[in-house]
Ligand binder design. Structure first.
Ligand code: ATP
Ligand code: MG
Length: 341
């Protein structure tokens, strides 16, 4: 994983890599004016087989926009994508092969499964369309149900979505994504609509798919605690930008960006069950006219003059740990160590 670093070519071990990708939406900003939503800006990431990358941030921070760019249902405004080292033509529509290799699982398993069809039909269709069924279609469908731990599979195959619980439905959505043998699975808030008691089961299923099937998984969430539980790498987004990225244990135990610290302090602490609210510290800005400089500066307790003037680049704080915050510029780090010494 890397963010914000210049590189001449794609990372050899990445199945999917984004370099500096951005998405702007043109919108009507008033009666006569048009504006631009700067939804995701200059994001770089490399997804490797057998790893989970969590994308964490508040509502409107650009997480879904990023997933849509990776799945190529949104065209990039700028930047580059590499699939297995090959650069993708940004003007071309995604091929059928790309669409099966990079699968999206959405938040709402109620909306994403057609209520008129049985599980058998829902899972048979992608197997047939993508010629993945093998000799025995029924056995292939049962195999998919077993992979997502819906067992005994024979009891689920002829059910309709309304006969399943939310967690079971989300497992069927994941099975449908697996039907086309993806290499990248992008799960956009896959557990946020599920009962708290069954979330862990679905997260553990994603962990199994990473470990057993070596999938490269993107896990999108508001909840940094679940990201810490599941992910190898955590990428924190604020107002369309990556503010910090690094190994999950470093982000959780030694966060460097003031916003990551805020997110962690707002996550419930299982030991004390106390919770502070992000809302107490202000709200994310408009992305039509985002704040100058660092987009977090109006909410940041440590903001300096430079923060409102210039957007911070990504500074390295440890191997694979990068933070876009002026507090970590070499000059600041030196000044602070001088003050301490
Ligand atoms: N099709 C679109 N047209 C215009 N603006 C859009 C479009 N899609 C997203 N946006 C805007 O882009 C910004 C980022 O939205 P996005 O859905 O990516 O955020 P998110 O982090 O996924 O939020 P949530 O946690 O609520 O799902 C928001 O300001 C949103 O209103
Ligand atoms: Mg979203």
């Amino acid at each position: 994983m890397s963010a914000g670093n210049e590189r001449s070519g794609p990372e050899p071990t990445a199945v999917l890599e984004a370099v500096d990708i951005s998405k702007h939406f043109r919108v009507r900003a008033g009666r006569f004016r048009r504006g631009t939503v700067h939804a995701a800006e200059n994001i770089s990431l490399a997804l490797r087989p057998g790893t989970v990358t969590a994308v964490v941030g508040e509502s409107g921070s650009g997480k879904s926009t990023l997933t849509r760019m990776l799945a190529r249902t949104h065209k990039l405004t700028s930047g580059r994508l590499y699939f297995k080292g090959e650069e993708i033509d940004p003007r071309a529509a995604a091929t059928k092969d790309y669409r099966s290799a990079v699968q999206l699982v959405l938040q709402d398993p109620f909306a994403s499964l057609n209520p008129a069809h049985t599980v058998r039909y829902i899972l048979s269709r992608p197997l047939q369309i993508h010629h993945k069924a093998g000799d025995d279609l029924q056995e292939s469908v049962l195999g998919l149900l077993r992979r997502v731990a819906l067992e005994p599979a024979e009891q689920f195959i002829d059910k309709y979505p309304h006969e399943l619980s939310g967690g079971q439905r989300q497992r069927v959505s994941i099975a449908r994504a697996l039907a086309v043998e993806p290499e990248v699975l992008i799960a956009d808030e896959p557990v946020s609509m599920l009962d708290v008691s069954i979330r862990l089961g679905v997260l553990n299923l994603l962990a199994d798919l990473r470990d057993r099937d070596q999938l490269a998984i993107v896990y999108v969430t508001h909840d940094i605690a679940s990201a810490r539980y599941l992910a190898d790498t955590i990428m924190v987004m604020y107002a369309g930008k990556v503010v910090e990225v690094g190994p999950a244990d470093l982000i959780a135990n030694a966060p460097q960006h003031p916003y990551t610290k805020l997110l962690l302090s707002a996550a419930p602490d299982p030991e004390t069950a106390t919770k502070t609210w992000l809302g107490d510290s202000g709200a994310p800005p408009s992305l039509v006219s985002p704040p100058s400089g660092c987009r977090f500066h109006p909410r940041c307790p440590f903001a300096m003059a430079v923060c409102s003037q210039q957007a911070p680049p990504s500074f390295d704080v440890a191997a694979d740990h990068h933070v876009a915050c002026w507090l970590h510029s070499p000059e600041q780090v030196e000044a602070q160590s001088g003050a301490l010494g």
